[in-house]
Design a protein around this ligand. Structure first.
Ligand code: SF4
Length: 336
């Protein structure tokens, strides 16, 4: 897909003390993006939905001063961020309810400081391996063309004896990662779904074909890989479309001999998320009918609506069987 170009960029003057800050500014200028030098971002739409749309086209080039990383159990020991928010408009994005009314993107340019904090966390945990996740509040590949910082991170972990990295993405801008020394210390996970779900609900992200092609390239570059199939939904033709998805993955990754992991997550929503989704996407065709769902108590102190047991079992069994049929060396890490 075409690389994301914002409508406007705010640049924190401090970020111009860093190479990546200068490079991002130069790139944006070449693209004729209006630039405001400021320590804060101002977005004044006439409605919450206008604020949302404007924010998703606004970036703030700044620095990340975080010294103590947050835990990220169970997927990794810690999470860190090279950016926050992303240019995608996925209707059910898990960040919808956590990033406020104006989820503009921050791009952090002080990569040396970020890597020093990571190294400190690795040192504090020696001689164990410390694992890190960098996609908890962003899509780490969507904004990579502005800084090249994720590439530097992968190289850093490639040289690290006690650190490893996990990446999750819905984007296909992976070419800069293919010929670097990663030493298999970085695992790429692609968030993937049926054509219908990607086209209908995951606006401004890479397409079905593009994501699978990106996974193929990353697999050929000998990285460990995995897929998150989420959110799994039941709709007309869902069975044949998930079959197409697994067949397509198999045809592209048939000669990848290492283990491929799968994480399976059924569609769920909370009452708060439903309200927000209806404000931001008034014409949404997402199935959020509470009557056809069952309630489950979530770890963040909120009830969520999931599929009834019988349906979720059917989903789990069907997709697990498709994975087993297509991949001898697959591991299904969980279904939730
Ligand atoms: S790509 Fe990921 S982070 Fe971005 S909107 Fe979609 S789900 Fe959210």
């Amino acid at each position: 897909m075409k690389l994301f170009i914002p409508d406007i960029a705010y640049i924190n003057p401090k970020s111009l003390n860093y190479e990546a800050g200068k490079a991002a500014k130069e790139y944006l200028e070449k693209q004729n993006v209006p630039i405001v030098h400021s320590r804060s971002v101002s977005i004044e739409g006439n409605s919450p939905s206008e604020n949302y749309v404007k924010a998703k086209k606004t970036i703030f080039i700044t620095i990340n001063a975080q010294k103590k990383l947050r835990n990220c159990k169970p997927s990794a020991d810690y999470q860190f961020s090279l950016s926050s928010s992303c240019p995608g408009h996925c209707e059910y994005c898990y960040l919808q309810t956590t990033q406020g009314e104006k989820p503009f993107m921050k791009v952090f340019v002080n990569i040396g400081d970020i890597l020093a904090v990571i190294q400190e966390h690795i040192n504090n945990n020696l001689p164990n391996i410390t694992t890190f996740e960098c996609g908890s509040i962003t899509d780490p590949i969507a904004l990579e063309h502005l800084t090249g910082n994720l590439k530097k991170c992968i190289e850093f972990f490639g040289n690290s004896t006690n650190g490893s990295l996990r990446i999750i993405t819905k984007y296909n801008n992976v070419d800069s990662f293919l010929n670097i020394k990663h030493n298999r210390h970085t695992k790429f996970r692609f968030s993937i779904n049926t054509r219908y779900i990607i086209d209908k609900f995951e606006h401004n992200t890479s397409s079905f074909e593009e994501r699978i092609e990106a996974a193929r390239k990353i697999a050929s570059a000998n990285y460990p890989i995995g897929f998150i199939i989420a959110p799994i939904m039941i709709y007309d033709n869902w069975k044949s479309e998930y079959e197409e998805l697994l067949n397509k993955l198999k045809s592209q990754l048939g000669d990848y001999n290492d283990q491929i992991t799968f994480e399976l997550i059924q569609h769920r929503f909370t009452a708060t998320a439903k309200e927000l989704i209806l404000t931001r996407f008034p014409k949404t065709q997402l199935d959020m009918n509470e009557e056809s769902r069952q309630l489950k108590w979530g770890p963040y102190g909120k009830f969520k609506y999931i599929y009834p047991k019988e349906k979720s079992n059917e989903m789990k069994d069907y997709i697990s069987q498709l994975i087993g049929k297509n991949f001898k060396n697959a591991k299904i890490e969980y279904f939730t």
